[in-house]
Design a binder for this molecule. Structure first.
Ligand code: FE2
Ligand code: FE2
Length: 134
């Protein structure tokens, strides 16, 4: 099962960055696929959301480390945008815990798709162009 499809609009045009992002999307889909096979749905969804959050946070942490290393001036805004997505995922986790939220997948897929299409092409592209001197 696939939660999000890799799309051309995710591409930054920088090969190594696109590769990392494709890996992130693949990780998300692997986690989602495992969720589909799991029994005990409620706990499985909670675990899935936790792992999804952590996987995305790990990618963000690497970028933020790169920004600090290069004393990148755009760090605050870029980090802010990362926090927005993590906040959204935490909101979904809380809703799920309260039982308000049954099927995480539709809204989650939509949020990730919109966020990735925008963030990869703006913040990430600018960052990687700046640090590679391009
Ligand atoms: Fe990124
Ligand atoms: Fe980023």
């Amino acid at each position: 099962m696939t939660l999000i499809e890799w799309r051309d609009s995710f591409k930054t045009g920088i090969e190594s960055v696109d590769f990392e992002h494709a890996e992130l999307v693949a990780l998300i889909n692997r986690l989602y696929d495992r969720l589909g096979a799991a029994s005990g749905r409620r706990e499985a969804v909670a675990a899935f959301l936790g792992e999804l959050h952590d996987g995305i946070a790990a990618h963000f942490a690497l970028e933020e480390k790169l920004m600090r290393k290069h004393r990148y001036a755009g760090l605050p805004e870029h980090k802010d945008d990362h926090e927005k997505l993590l906040d959204e995922i935490r909101d979904i986790m809380e809703e799920h815990e309260r039982g308000v939220f049954d099927d995480a997948s539709d809204r989650l897929a939509e949020r990730l798709d919109i966020w990735f299409s925008r963030h990869f092409n703006t913040f990430d592209r600018r960052l990687h162009e700046a640090v590679s001197g391009g």
